[in-house]
Design a protein around this ligand. Sequence first.
Ligand code: SAH
Length: 257
Amino acid sequence: MNDENTSIHEFDVNLICEYFLGMERQGPGSPKATRKALSFIDSLNEKSRIADLGCGTGSQTMVIAQNALGLIEGIDLFPAFIDKFNANAAKLNLCNRVKGVIGSMDSLSYGNEELDVIWSEGAIYNIGFERGLNEWRKFLKTGGYVAVTEASWFTGSRPHEIETFWTDAYPEIDTIPNKTAQMQKAGYIPVATFILPENCWTDNFYIPQIPAQEAFLKKYPGNETAESLITNMRREAEMYSRYKQYYGYVFYIGRKI
Ligand code: SAH
């Protein structure tokens, strides 16, 4: 890649980060769903170590901190998200237990069996569900938990349009029983699965984006990255409203054996 491309690429990434920085969440979810997933995880204490991978600005991380004991590290690729994450932790007086660190979920520097919980909402798709579960397992203590949300099919078959949309975006999307079997195969006992309610996508993700999209297009008129980002986000929201009975995010909670 030459310098010119690098700088264009960086500009694109900065623009995309700016768009999502303005949102409370960078993916579908809710405090209630985070608390529900946490309710399947027992045995945490003040010394427990929790890693939240692909934490974004930390909306769910702060909910974990407010509802569970332990020390929590949020990891995200993008420095601007981590800055906001740490500012959010400071605002909530959680700095003694919650820390955001720049890093990648595919090159984590934890030692073997160091962690009690690995959390990841709307982010494991970046390296893939199976790869993430397999690679992260070594960092967990035996009996430790993994809790992730992952795009999943609700039915055995679905209309062609949504099938194509998802297999282009994330070919690893699969049915809940298949994902659960993958979790088992990766060395975890599947403890619970539940579907994220619709409001996690609408009220907490797509609806807040509507005014932000207008503002963004006004701020960057004629900018191709901005325009294609917004076109994609609008199409994604439209697909969701049309086909939400066929897919959604599912929380998968597993225990390392
Ligand atoms: N968990 C947050 C953010 C989900 S969006 C929420 O639910 O609101 C996905 C996040 O994964 C983004 O913040 C993105 O920056 C991050 N990400 C993408 N690739 C990553 C990688 N390789 N390592 C760590 N984080 C990554």
